[in-house]
Design a protein around this ligand. Structure first.
Ligand SMILES: Nc1ncnc2c1ncn2[C@@H]1O[C@H](COP(=O)(O)OP(=O)(O)OP(=O)(O)O)[C@@H](O)[C@H]1O
Ligand SMILES: [Mg+2]
Length: 279
């Protein structure tokens, strides 16, 4: 992919309050996204992960406080200018009815297009590279609404890649994907980060993949930040208990050396098996 990189960007929230109507989601969130690194956000359902990403990409206006990109308030930036630097793949994006894969991925180029010079060679190259990277080139002429859930998810990722932003926010990019496509997408994002210096922020529900792929892990709970830092520091049994109300054991992932969380449910533990054997 051609690089439009302009150097490292800073992304922070300051005293950020977010909510809907009389529902408060965050009261005063201060968060630093490390520049040029991969950040994974984890937390229970409804804790506000998507709300935070929407606010970082200017789709939701803060009640108080700011989201700052390179020190500028994103909510004061024109949408198209922001979209050249920061892209968002939402949790449940909706495609226009009947649109083909190639046209949808092409929409990722919109922020780069000027009023007069419309579609350029550069746009062609970016779309082709995005289709190629997500192994969706053979779907290019198919209508998006006829794809399987996993194919569609890869097409949305292709659209986000075609936007070629220096900061990329992805809300559960691995949903609907089988295990090999999950790893492929996370490896692809890691390539993007290492080769182009893209700052990646992704919401993941799989704590073990989050701990493996993130440089920086952010755990949200109770309307604020529970913990943030290196996965080895953040992903502890105490954290899993506090954030998810779940007992677990943490061991070292023999593949990556990162923490690996083993949930302790009420059944199928060795203690449970011994107990059943006895009775
Ligand atoms: N458009 C909306 N209008 C009103 N309330 C909303 C809206 N979107 C989200 N909420 C509420 O805000 C809270 C946070 O929602 P959000 O979607 O940010 O959670 P999440 O952490 O992304 O959850 P999940 O893991 O289920 O995706 C929830 O209580 C949700 O019901
Ligand atoms: Mg969500």
């Amino acid at each position: 992919m051609t690089s439009s990189q302009t150097g490292p960007h800073t992304l922070t929230t300051e005293d950020l309050a977010l909510g809907y109507g009389d529902r408060e989601v965050f009261a005063a969130l201060d968060l630093d996204v490390p520049s040029g690194r991969i950040t994974a956000i984890v937390g229970a359902n409804a804790c506000g992960k998507s709300t935070l990403l929407r606010s970082m990409s200017r789709l939701l206006t803060p009640r108080r406080g700011h989201v700052l990109l390179d020190g500028r308030q994103v909510h004061r930036m024109p949408a198209k200018a922001l979209a050249r630097t920061l892209g968002l793949l939402p949790q449940s994006p909706i495609a226009p009815e009947g649109i083909t894969v190639a046209d949808l991925v092409g929409r990722g180029r919109h922020p780069h297009q000027r009023l007069l010079s419309r579609w350029s060679k550069e746009d062609d190259v970016a779309v082709a590279a995005a289709l190629d990277a997500t192994a969706t080139a053979d779907l290019a002429d198919r209508p998006v609404d006829e794809l399987s859930g996993g194919q569609r998810q890869r097409v949305w990722i292709a659209m986000a890649l075609a936007q070629q932003t220096d900061v990329l926010l992805l809300d559960e990019p691995t949903t609907f994907l089988d295990v090999s496509h999950q790893i492929e997408v996370l490896d692809l994002l890691t390539d993007l980060n290492r080769q182009r210096g893209t700052t990646i922020v992704m919401v993941l529900h799989d704590l073990n993949l989050a701990a493996r792929y993130a440089d920086h892990l952010v755990a949200l709970a109770g309307g604020g930040l529970h913990a943030a830092g290196a996965p080895g520091e953040v992903l502890t049994a105490e954290c899993v208990r506090a954030v998810f109300g779940l007992d677990s054991e943490i061991i070292v992932d023999p593949v990556s050396g990162r923490p690996l969380m083993l949930p302790l449910g009420r059944h199928h533990t060795l203690d449970d098996a011994r107990e059943r054997h006895r009775t």
